[in-house]
Design a protein around this ligand. Structure first.
Ligand SMILES: Nc1nc2c(ncn2[C@@H]2O[C@H](COP(=O)(O)OP(=O)(O)O)[C@@H](O)[C@H]2O)c(=O)[nH]1
Ligand SMILES: [Mg+2]
Length: 323
């Protein structure tokens, strides 16, 4: 309860500690989240996804400035699933965002990936809650868009930006990864580079071909171009346009009364993750610690039994309380 009060009062150190505990899966952290949960739901959560090196952090950094200028407070969660072993994965991002360190209206945290089952998505969803209760108007979640887990993280967002760059295979990847389903705004970054017009054209064609039902409430994702992040005037103009679009999208969700369906999406993910954490993980843990897992692996390898039968048997034993 104490931590909840502190975070609600804007205590950054308590928030940092809680986020770290969430990452480390300290059991008390879950209890705190239970207390925080009813206080959540105020922040506008923006997901930014794209390939490594697409310019997500550069964009995030610029957007922080833009939202601050508009008088909003900003929380940033940088997730880097590409470096599971380094712990403090995103040192570069931290250094870059250091210049916001003095600003009490900005709170930046990096989350490293732990390989554990669903651990990443869970920690991110909860860390968003922490920033929300901390009073941040905007929470930006930067994540590398590669797998299902990242798509799940995006489900925590009201507005999703998909960042693409020419010449990185994004052209093909875009269509493959089904980004149309998740993107609310496309950002074509490094648009000074060759291939950028082609990329935009392909995106446009993809949007043209999509059935109208793809566009929730009639929102067709705009394609925003960022010419060159190192050319301040143009970059600021692009950032202003993008931040306006983000606000416009949020307003669209409110006006069309579809913000609820975004929240439903989030509830589905949170529930799935929570059930997984409460049932699947303890079961796997038990099987590992009791040594049963080894025997089962052996049997499956030797084809003495199939994994489905094993799973059904485990589920039955778990439900009967005799695992
Ligand atoms: N040429 C060019 N480089 C950029 C642009 N935006 C970012 N970069 C550079 O691309 C690299 C990766 O950017 P970063 O923001 O860290 O990408 P992230 O991995 O998606 O977060 C960095 O060296 C940036 O300086 C841009 O608009 N034009
Ligand atoms: Mg980054």
């Amino acid at each position: 309860m104490e931590t909840t009060k502190k975070i609600k009062g804007g205590d950054v150190r308590a928030a940092s500690r809680l986020i770290r505990n969430l990452e480390d899966r300290v059991p008390e952290a879950k209890t705190t989240i239970k207390h925080l949960f009813p206080l959540t739901g105020k922040a506008h959560v923006i997901g930014i996804t794209g390939s490594p090196g697409a310019g997500k952090s550069t964009l995030t950094d610029g957007l922080i400035d833009m939202f601050r200028k508009k008088g909003k407070t900003v929380g940033v969660l940088a997730v880097d699933p590409t470096s599971p072993f380094t712990g403090g994965a995103i040192l570069g991002d931290r250094i870059r965002m250091q210049r916001h360190a003095e600003d009490p209206g900005v709170f930046v945290r990096s989350l490293a990936t732990r390989g554990a089952l669903g651990g990443l998505a869970k920690a991110v969803g909860d860390a968003i809650h922490v920033m929300d209760v901390l009073g941040k108007d905007i929470v930006i979640v930067e994540t590398v868009g590669t797998g299902q887990q990242e798509v799940d993280i995006i489900n925590h967002s009201h507005t999703v930006l998909v960042v693409l760059v020419p010449g990185m295979g994004d052209e093909i990847q875009a269509i493959k990864a089904g980004i149309l389903e998740i993107a609310d705004i496309f950002v074509v970054n490094k648009a000074d580079r060759e291939g950028s017009s082609k990329l935009s054209r392909e995106l446009m064609a993809m949007l043209d071909m999509a059935p109208p039902s793809t566009f929730q409430g009639g929102w067709r994702p705009p394609i925003m171009k960022v010419e060159n992040a190192f050319e301040p005037v143009g970059f600021n103009k692009a950032l202003e346009d993008i931040s306006n679009k983000i606000e416009e999208h949020h307003q669209h969700l409110v006006d069309k009364d579809i913000i609820g369906s975004r929240m439903r999406r989030k509830a589905v993910v949170e529930l799935n993750e929570a059930i997984r954490a409460s049932i699947l993980e303890p079961v796997l843990q038990k099987l590992l610690s009791s040594g049963q897992m080894e025997g089962l692996i052996e049997k499956v390898m030797k084809k003495e039994i199939d994994p489905y039968t094993v799973a059904e048997d485990i589920a039955k034993r778990y439900l009967e309380g005799c695992l």
